[in-house]
Design a protein around this ligand. Structure first.
Ligand code: PHE
Length: 342
């Protein structure tokens, strides 16, 4: 009987729907029963065999059966969707307590910049402020204004790179002094800093290196002021317990002039390879500004007097950090540079 078959198909369809475990298999069940080629459609085709009286009765039963199946389908579909969404949320859950992406690796400051910044910090506490000047310098600022006339033997102290007849790659930062004396009014406390160039190269010399220079101009300036300033500076930069010593020397732009030594910071003056067992390392030159330099810039002497000092940056780093070879500064080897990260 068609009616029994209908009941049987409805029963199997509803059971299959309730057993479907995924949206996909549920859909397959739907096709299997309600699709064009499905079991339910097959039954409907058999309706032709019924008498005209039986047909509307069966038609109504078939509609009810179809509604039951569709209702079961919708319920199951909803339940599966909810379950699948829940599973997906669990599977794709974000652990918001995990640390975020780490910071990109930070570079270290280059030791040259580190030394420059530290020296500037120390001297600024004494009221000094920074000036810079051109790297290609007029001969007259690199030499003449600093009391080194043409053909003066002192020019040989600095192996000069000439750009043309009248221009050189500055051989020291002292021309910054000459510019400042010309353009600013005393009293002055300035730092001149930057790259300098000399035709010279070995373990402790590089053709381009850096200097930092201090100039103090005021009334009544003496060697005692110079020594006090440099001694303070050395203690701040290399270590409080280290002594400073001054040896007579010669620079055309200072008179008197003195070479500055400091007790070797690596062995605290006991003697080591850095200081060649002497306990002392040379850090730079200094002196009272030669009156000729002041007069050349139009600064009235003796009303205004001054002192100046100049240090090699690479050398300061070599001594402070025990760097073995000046070439290390320029090799960009991160194993070297990393040691200066703070
Ligand atoms: N300019 C000198 C040099 O390059 C250093 C120096 C600076 C000396 C200031 C005395 C005063 O060697």
């Amino acid at each position: 009987m068609l009616k029994e078959k209908l009941e049987e198909v409805r029963g199997r369809a509803v059971a299959a729907i309730r057993e479907a475990q995924t949206s996909q298999s549920l859909y397959d069940v739907k096709v299997q029963f309600l699709g064009k080629q499905g079991q339910f459609s097959a039954l409907m085709k058999e309706m032709g065999k019924l008498t005209p009286e039986e047909r509307p009765v069966f038609g109504q039963l078939a509609n009810e059966a179809k509604n039951t199946i569709e209702q079961a389908y919708l319920e199951r579909e909803q339940a599966l969707k909810t379950a699948e969404l829940g599973a997906k949320l669990v599977e794709e859950a974000l652990d918001l307590t995990l640390p975020g992406p780490t910071m990109p690796p930070l570079g270290a400051q280059h030791p040259i910049a580190l030394v420059i910044d530290e020296i500037i910090a120390i001297l600024s506490r004494l009221g000094y402020s920074v000036r810079t000047g051109p790297l290609i310098e007029q001969d007259r600022y690199n030499f003449e204004a600093l009391n080194i006339p043409k053909d003066h033997p002192a020019r040989d102290m600095q192996d000069t790179f000439y750009v043309d007849e009248r221009h050189v790659l500055r051989t020291h930062t002292s021309p910054i002094q000459a510019h400042v004396l010309e353009t600013e009014r005393p009293p002055l406390r300035i730092i001149g800093v930057g790259p300098v160039f000399r035709c010279d190269s070995d373990v402790s010399h590089s053709p381009n290196f850096h200097q930092i220079e201090g100039m103090y101009v005021d009334t009544k300036v003496s060697m005692a002021d110079l020594k006090g300033t440099i001694t303070y500076f050395v203690k701040e930069f290399f270590g409080k317990s280290l002594k400073t010593r001054f040896r007579p020397s010669f620079f055309p732009f200072t008179e008197p002039s003195a070479e500055v030594d400091c007790q070797c910071p690596l062995c605290a003056g006991k003697g080591c390879a850095m200081c060649k067992q002497s306990g002392w390392v040379e850090i730079g030159g200094s002196g009272l500004i030669n009156p000729n330099v002041l007069r050349h810039a139009g600064v009235e002497y003796p009303r205004w007097q001054g002192f100046a000092f100049g240090f090699g940056i690479e050398r300061m780093g070599i001594i402070k950090y025990g760097i073995e070879h000046i070439g290390l500064y320029n090799q960009n080897d991160v194993r070297f540079l990393r040691q200066f990260s703070i």
